[in-house]
Every structure is written in C-alpha cells, then in structure tokens.
Design a protein around this ligand. Structure first.
Ligand SMILES: [Fe+2]
Length: 149
C-alpha cells in the first residue's frame, strides 16, 4: 500500500461566498455543504477543496511564520494557462508571478484571503530540459497572458 496523491486541502476563509466566487472562477464546482463549510471538486471527486468559515474578523494569511505557502491546481492543456490567467486577472485577483519551472509551467494567483493558488500545466516528461537530472533545476520567465503580467 502507498499513498496515491493529495486528496483535498481545507482552507479557513473569512467569507465563504467571496471564496466561492474565486474557486468557481478557477473551475471548481460545489460538491456539498454543511453549516459553515463549502466543498468543491472537479471530475466526480467528493471534494478537492473544503472551505471553512473563520469569520470576517479573521486575519489574512501571513507568510511570516509556518503556513502553507501555496497549493496547485492542474490544467490539461497549455493553452488553458493564458485563458484562465486572464479570467482571474480580469476578475480582479492578483497574479503574483508566473514561471517556467521546466517540469511545469506556473501562474500564481492570490485568493481573497491571501492564499496563493498555483495554476499549473505539467510539461510532458520527454520535453523536460534535464539539468543534472533535476527537473527543478531551472526557472525561466514565463508569461501566458496576452499583455503585461
Ligand atoms: Fe508549486
């Protein structure tokens, strides 16, 4: 037996409806709810994301201490990077950076609570530039947006 991947992440947020808008715009669909919680998924999974209401007075994420730095969602086509990045930017969400990591192309967008969600396209393994056999040995500029970044 072995683990097979990450099943879901649970986020404490200050406003469930504000966060619903963000995750639905990314492409997640609500898969359930209960008092003070919303669940989202794609592809028939029960939930990839749980949102837990922390109340409007809860502080935004601070990166000063131990915390989740970011988590990533996968898109299935490289062309989707530009489309989805534009959708999120045009909705007013801040694009923090975008990078060609070699093994994956990444755009980092900030959610309403300051949580960074990485939109990523997995580059087929045969296209990786093998740098000392380390797929993470290279970061290059990457900009899928039609203008600016
Ligand atoms: Fe990442």
């Amino acid at each position: 037996m072995a683990i097979t991947g990450i099943n879901h992440v649970a986020l404490q947020v200050r406003d469930l409806e504000e966060s619903r808008k963000f995750f639905e715009l990314l492409g997640f669909e609500e898969s359930g709810h209960r008092d003070g919680m919303l669940f989202f998924a794609v592809g028939g999974h029960h939930h990839h994301i749980a949102l837990i209401d922390s109340g409007a007075d809860a502080p935004r994420v601070s990166r000063a201490g131990a915390c989740i730095n970011h988590f990533a969602v996968t898109v299935d086509e490289e062309s989707e990077m530009g489309r989805l990045s534009s959708v999120m930017r045009d909705a007013g969400y801040k694009i923090r950076r975008s990078i060609d990591h070699n093994a994956n192309l990444s755009v980092y967008v900030e959610d309403p609570n300051g949580i960074i969600v990485e939109i990523t396209y997995d580059v087929p393994k045969e296209k990786w530039a093998h740098i000392a056999d380390n797929p993470f040995g290279q970061d290059k500029p990457y900009n899928p947006l039609p203008e600016d970044a």
